[in-house]
Structure formats: structure tokens, C-alpha cells
Design a protein around this ligand. Structure first.
Ligand SMILES: Cc1cc2nc3c(=O)[nH]c(=O)nc-3n(C[C@H](O)[C@H](O)[C@H](O)COP(=O)(O)OP(=O)(O)OC[C@H]3O[C@@H](n4cnc5c(N)ncnc54)[C@H](O)[C@@H]3O)c2cc1C
Length: 393
């Protein structure tokens, strides 16, 4: 078995070496957090290159056009992709979130319509959950969907915010309120909508690092076809939560390979700048290494046995662990740079560590803030009393 997995590792590594070359060579290590807008058109072509090699959606079942890879093989694929410097995946929302959700909850027609575009790298997706007053409290969604009595389509009006890569995407999945007078998680609908249509405006939001990877998306009677409701109208919350369940998956181990490369860069810079002589920096570097090792064992344990209650409990703490670890790494990078970090520099390594610092501020926000993660650990993991909630809903 281990011979099999090692042969598979060699196959992925060889494919990456052969294909992340030539005109795609500029994509090495690009397009990750804080650099999400790098080479968008070439990265879309890279998605099609991956598709032609059979490397998009490798964990999907064969019946739906995937490779049906085992968990171990998917982990190896992610690790080798990251080790080779594979660029940030523009297809990851489609592949990791929309596809699995449609496979579980979609109609046959929806699967036939949407899975091939995700697999082939020809249709890209954005996530329309958060609103100005519905982030942690997602049940507070106010965007409305009402039925067009003539066509049966859904007409959507409202605003989504922090919508990553909407400006580079073709489709968006939207959680909206379809039952007048409903509150909280009740009365919501999960819709699939083309982003380029009258009634949708996308406005970029500039981030502290200089990029504008996310957006405000405004809807004014924008249309979702009647056939584009996933699950039943009014039951959108169930689908929305199932989708979030797919968010923390196999890609976490690939993500860790990226973290390891960042740590290597920090160690190299610490030697170069002389910061490595500072005992407090040495201590933080050693702690970062130990934290990364702990993260790896945690992830392997969670992935290996998701039915084991102890592994499930550890799973609740995983986001909190990696995001705080990564935020600390961003700070460490800046401290290693010292004055260089705040001076003009055309060294791309300095810019990388600056962007790391800026972007890791967001890690403890998206996908559930620190406070929300701690509530989840306390309530679901440790059985502590639920925090008092307001009267609404
Ligand atoms: C880089 C990035 C990309 C994103 N991409 C997307 C995307 O593509 N699509 C999308 O829909 N959303 C996206 N988001 C939005 C993200 O999901 C929200 O930012 C997140 O859910 C937090 O919501 P909020 O920003 O409204 O903050 P709030 O929920 O308003 O939180 C503000 C503060 O209050 C605290 N707080 C809130 N509730 C509680 C509580 N009950 N107990 C204790 N403290 C509490 C929070 O921890 C936080 O510190 C993205 C965010 C970031 C940073």
C-alpha cells in the first residue's frame, strides 16, 4: 500500500514538474492569500491545464467525473501541489464547496448542468453568505428572494459583502430570505445565480495589503432560474450549513505545506538579517515549528477517522489552532524583518512577508471568528451552557 501511495506521490510530483513550467512557470507560489488577484487569466488557463491532466476535483466520485481518490491520495496530491509551488486555486470554491454540495443535495439536472463546468475549469464560483449585518450571526440575512409569478424564477434584492473573487467568477451561490416575516435560520433559500446579469453590481473592497480580492455585491431584482434552487425553498439553512461542513477538508494539509514554506522563508530571513541571534526570535521560531507539527498530527487524526468522537472534538479546535498559529507567524515575519519590513524594498521576499502579515490578520475572521470558534468548542465540544442570545428569531 505504501509503495502504491509513494508511486502516486511520484506521479503527482512528475506531473507538476512537467506542467508548472513554460508559460505557467510565472505562476509558481503566486495567487495565495494576499496575492489572490495575481495573473487571473493565466490562472484560469492553469485550471484547464489541471483539468486536462485529470487533477481538478480528484476527490469527487468517479460517477461525477472525479478520480474517486482515497483520503490518503488526496492528501498526497495537496502536499505535492503545494511542494511544487502550485498557484492559488481559482477553482477551489467550485471544487471544494459547490460540487460536494450539489452531489449531496442537487437535482440530477443541477448536477448535469454545473458539475462539468467546475471540473473542466470553465466556470468559477463565489460565495454569497455574509451581509453587512449578517456575518457571525448569519441567520440575520436580509437579502430577499421573491417568486416571479409569471416565470416561477426567483428575484433577489439585497447586498452581500466580503465576497471573495466575485469579480473573477461566473456564478455565485446566495443565501436569501424567501419567506416574508421569517427570522433566523428559518425561511431561507439557497440559490445558484449567474453573476453577469442586469441587476447585479460588483464593487471591489480595497484591503490593507493593497489588493482588492473581495467585493460588495449588490442585487436589484437579479434573477435565479426556478431550476436553480438547491434543496427546498425555506430550507436553505440546511444546505448552507452542509456546504460549510465541506469547507474544512483535505486541503488543510496542502495549506500546511504552504505554511512550512513560509516558515522556511522566515528562518532564512532571520539568518540573513541577524534576527536569528535574538533569543526571543529563536524561541518564537522553535514554537512555530512545534505548532506546525502539532497541527499536522491534528489534521491527520481528524481526516483519518471523522466518525471517532475524540477526533470530532479535536476537529472543533482545528480552525482556532491554525488561524492563530498563522497570525502569529505573520507577526514573527515582520519582527524578523525589523526596520526592513517598513522600508522601501524591491526584494520580493520582503513583500511576501509583508503580505503574510497583512493577510493573516484575516485568518482569525473568515470561516468563523476566534470568538465564534471558542463558543463552538465550549458549547458543542465541552457541553457548556449556550451563550445567551437576543430575542429576535
Ligand atoms: C478574507 C476574507 C474573505 C471572506 N470571504 C467571504 C466570502 O467569499 N463570502 C462570504 O459570504 N463571506 C466572506 N467573508 C466574510 C466572513 O465570513 C465574515 O467576516 C465572518 O463571518 C465574520 O463576520 P463579520 O465580519 O460580519 O463580523 P461580526 O460577526 O460582526 O463580528 C465582529 C466581532 O464580534 C465578535 N462576535 C460576533 N458574534 C459574537 C458572539 N456571539 N460572541 C462573541 N463574540 C462575537 C466577532 O468574533 C468579531 O470579533 C470573508 C472574510 C474575510 C476576512
Amino acid at each position: 500500500m505504501s509503495g502504491g501511495i509513494e508511486a502516486f506521490r511520484a506521479e503527482v510530483a512528475a506531473w507538476m514538474a512537467a506542467h508548472l513550467s513554460g508559460r505557467f512557470a510565472v505562476l509558481k507560489d503566486r495567487g495565495h492569500a494576499g496575492d489572490g488577484e495575481a495573473f487571473p487569466e493565466l490562472r484560469k488557463e492553469w485550471e484547464r491545464e489541471l483539468a486536462a491532466g485529470g487533477w481538478t476535483c480528484p476527490g469527487w466520485p468517479i460517477a461525477h467525473g472525479g478520480r474517486g481518490l482515497s483520503v490518503a491520495e488526496q492528501v498526497v496530491f495537496q502536499e505535492e501541489y503545494a511542494r511544487a509551488g502550485g498557484p492559488g486555486r481559482l477553482g477551489h470554491i467550485g471544487e471544494g464547496l459547490v460540487g460536494p454540495t450539489l452531489i449531496a443535495y442537487g437535482t440530477e439536472q443541477q448536477k448535469r448542468r454545473f458539475l462539468p463546468g467546475i471540473r473542466s475549469g470553465s466556470e468559477f464560483w463565489a460565495q454569497g453568505y455574509s451581509e453587512p449585518s449578517a456575518g457571525s450571526d448569519l441567520g440575520n440575512i436580509r437579502t430577499r428572494a421573491r417568486r416571479d409569478p409569471v416565470t416561477g424564477d426567483w428575484l433577489v434584492t439585497g447586498q452581500k459583502i466580503w465576497t471573495s473573487l466575485a469579480h473573477l467568477s461566473d456564478w455565485i451561490f446566495v443565501l436569501a430570505r424567501c419567506e416574508e416575516g421569517s427570522a433566523g435560520p428559518k425561511g431561507l433559500i439557497f440559490l445558484l445565480m449567474p453573476l453577469r446579469q442586469p441587476g447585479i453590481e460588483i464593487h471591489p473592497i480595497r484591503q490593507i495589503g493593497g489588493g482588492a480580492e473581495f467585493n460588495s455585491v449588490f442585487f436589484d431584482s437579479a434573477r435565479a432560474e426556478a431550476s436553480c434552487v438547491v434543496g427546498a425553498p425555506g430550507e436553505g439553512w440546511t444546505v448552507a450549513m452542509a456546504l460549510l461542513g465541506f469547507e474544512r477538508g483535505i486541503s488543510t494539509l496542502g495549506q500546511q505545506m504552504g505554511f512550512a514554506r513560509e516558515l522556511e522563508l522566515i528562518v532564512a530571513m532571520a539568518k540573513e538579517t541577524g534576527a536569528a541571534a535574538d533569543p526571543s526570535i529563536r524561541l518564537r521560531i522553535a514554537r512555530a515549528w512545534a505548532g506546525l507539527r502539532a497541527m499536522r498530527y491534528m489534521a491527520i487524526r481528524i481526516l483519518a477517522d471523522s466518525d471517532d468522537p475524540q477526533a470530532r472534538l479535536e476537529g472543533l479546535g482545528y480552525k482556532y489552532h491554525w488561524s492563530n498559529w498563522h497570525r502569529d507567524l505573520g507577526r514573527l515575519g515582520m519582527d524578523v524583518l525589523g526596520a526592513v519590513g517598513v522600508s522601501a524594498s524591491d526584494d520580493p521576499r520582503v513583500e511576501k512577508l509583508r503580505q503574510l502579515f497583512f493577510f493573516t490578520r484575516a485568518d482569525t475572521v473568515y470561516g468563523g471568528t476566534n470568538e465564534i470558534q471558542l463558543n463552538i468548542i465550549a458549547e458543542r465540544g465541552l457541553g457548556m451552557p449556550k451563550e445567551p442570545r437576543g430575542q429576535a428569531g
